[in-house]
Design a protein around this ligand. Structure first.
Ligand code: ADP
Length: 267
């Protein structure tokens, strides 16, 4: 999955990344679904190991345009994992109390502890995305934030956090189809907000803001991955593969047994 990693210092042009790409895959869709199930079982086993070992901390940041599938990605990929060791934190419009503080204040308490995986559904990146595009803060405020974010994430990494940042890349056409589907299907009406259309009208501004954010904050210890997300089956397979690769690289092991355990008899 290294092909999707944004190399530090490289220019990002999202129009050069195909949201329908399936490059890592040479079989058909049904085969991918079957492989996804097997890979997912591997991910569950690795999460159990992470929890048992209680040593590593894993932070997954998920960012995307509306309807790119953040919620369903989380649901499908972490479906069978142990809820004790996996937490999801969604970042919404800041509350009055959050707005009264600096923008990282609400984020830090939710970073993972030892043995945990935390998934940020949106994140501190909103403060250089929506805030920039909608003009919620002046440029001289948000433009300094890339540096803060790099320093903040470096702090987490230096203290033992593995950081995996994922941008789910969908096309504007695919978003249109998914919005139309939400409007047609009464069980999906709740997912649609009128504000989503305002953001859609600002698509190009968002792409420019994402390009800047990806480019300026993809570092060796906190890399971004641009994952093609128009095809859900490929998205799920690619992200699971990425997570399995990154977790396997931690070379985890179950804690050793207590001394003399072989002599214990349960009566
Ligand atoms: P989601 O779209 O993630 O499923 P919502 O529909 O509740 O959830 O949308 C959350 C909204 O909160 C998004 O429009 C997002 O841009 C906004 N938001 C998140 N963080 C911030 C922030 N720091 N400042 C302003 N808006 C934010």
């Amino acid at each position: 999955m290294d092909r999707y990693r944004v190399k530090p210092g490289h220019k990002v042009r999202l129009d050069k990344h195909d949201p329908r790409d399936t490059r890592g895959w040479d079989g058909d869709k049904d085969e991918a679904k079957a492989r996804f199930v097997a890979l997912n079982a591997r991910l569950e086993a690795l999460q159990e190991l992470l929890y048992a070992e209680g040593k590593h901390k894993v932070l997954i940041v998920l960012q995307a345009m509306d309807a790119a599938g953040k919620d369903s990605t989380i649901r499908r990929i972490f479906d069978g994992t142990n809820p004790q060791g996996v937490k999801v934190k969604s970042f919404k419009v800041p509350t009055e109390e959050e707005r009264a503080h600096d923008y990282l204040w609400r984020v830090h308490p939710h970073t993972p502890g030892a043995g945990e995986i935390v998934i940020f559904n949106r994140s501190h990146y909103e403060d250089v995305l929506v805030v920039r595009v909608k003009g919620f803060a002046p440029k001289d405020r948000w433009s300094k934030r890339y540096e803060h974010i790099r320093a903040f994430e470096q702090l987490l990494a230096d203290e033992g956090t593995t950081i995996i940042k994922i941008f789910l890349h969908i096309s504007k056409d695919e978003q249109k189809e998914r919005f139309e589907d939400r409007l047609e299907d009464p069980t999906k009406h709740w997912k649609f907000r009128r504000g989503d259309l305002e953001d859609r009208a600002l698509w190009d501004d968002y792409m420019a803001a994402y390009e800047d954010a990806l480019e300026k904050t993809s570092t060796k210890d906190a890399p971004w991955y641009v994952i093609p997300a128009d095809r859900k089956w490929y998205r799920d397979w690619a992200i699971t593969t990425l997570l399995v690769e990154r977790l396997e690289a931690l070379k985890m092991a179950f804690p050793p047994a207590e001394e003399g355990l072989e002599d214990v008899v349960v009566v």
